[in-house]
Design a binder for this molecule. Structure first.
Ligand SMILES: Nc1ncnc2c1ncn2[C@@H]1O[C@H](COP(=O)(O)OP(=O)(O)O)[C@@H](O)[C@H]1O
Ligand SMILES: O=C(O)[C@H](O)[C@@H](O)[C@H](O)[C@H](O)COP(=O)(O)O
Length: 185
């Protein structure tokens, strides 16, 4: 198990099909810490909207982002969680969403890990996924609004974010790339 002195929330983001859930689960195994699936925190109205093929608006997203942030912060600080780390998946496509997640996180340390790849790869992966609410045209919309973290947002420049172009990386390679750059242990 990895122990950090200060509670830490790691959010794994990116558009649908980029590998958030896969990567977040691997990281949670590596750090031996809890993992929260961000999609489990959507209000029913959001799920129904996406199931109808309608993209969410910013107004649909704020409460969801706040809920993900607050839950992950609670889990990171929970005395029953000795690692003091919580990993959550959440698309967090725009910088303003990442800033909002941070503002709701009870002053906790955060790391935003943003996965991205080509629209062709995303489309193929989402098409192969059965029974999920996310439709192909919505993936294109996500891709169009996506803001990959850069400049001052990046860890290497003193920010909280790590951007991972994972087109040619296996899940295990993505995991070890992230672990290497977060260097928590
Ligand atoms: N690094 C990777 N390389 C190739 N395929 C991947 C990789 N990571 C995840 N996948 C596959 O892509 C699909 C979507 O992954 P998933 O983790 O559900 O993405 P998301 O949570 O971002 O929607 C799954 O079939 C998964 O096995
Ligand atoms: O992996 C996925 O299937 C999606 O990324 C999924 O998580 C969805 O996109 C959001 O929950 C909706 O929110 P956004 O429209 O803000 O991505």
């Amino acid at each position: 198990m990895t122990f950090v002195a200060q509670p830490l929330v790691i959010i794994v983001g990116g558009p649908a099909g980029t590998g958030k859930t896969t990567t977040a689960r691997l990281l949670a195994e590596h750090y031996d810490c809890p993992f929260l699936e961000g999609d489990d925190f959507h209000p029913q109205a959001n799920l129904e909207k996406m199931a109808r093929g309608e993209p969410l608006t910013d107004d649909d997203r704020w409460d969801w982002l706040k809920t993900v942030s607050e839950h992950a912060s609670q889990v990171a600080q929970d005395v029953k969680n000795p690692s003091h780390i919580c990993i959550a998946s959440c698309s967090m496509l725009k910088k303003v969403y990442r800033d909002y997640i941070k503002s709701c996180a009870d002053g906790l340390r955060l790391r935003f890990v943003f996965l991205h790849t080509s629209i062709e790869k995303l489309a193929a992966r989402v098409a192969a996924r059965q029974g999920h609410f996310m439709k192909l045209d919505m993936v294109q919309l996500q891709y169009d609004i996506m803001e990959v973290p850069g400049d001052a947002e990046l860890l290497v420049n003193g920010g909280d974010a790590l951007a991972v172009e994972m087109s040619d990386m296996t899940p295990a390679e993505v995991e070890s790339y992230i672990v290497g750059r977060l260097s928590l242990n």
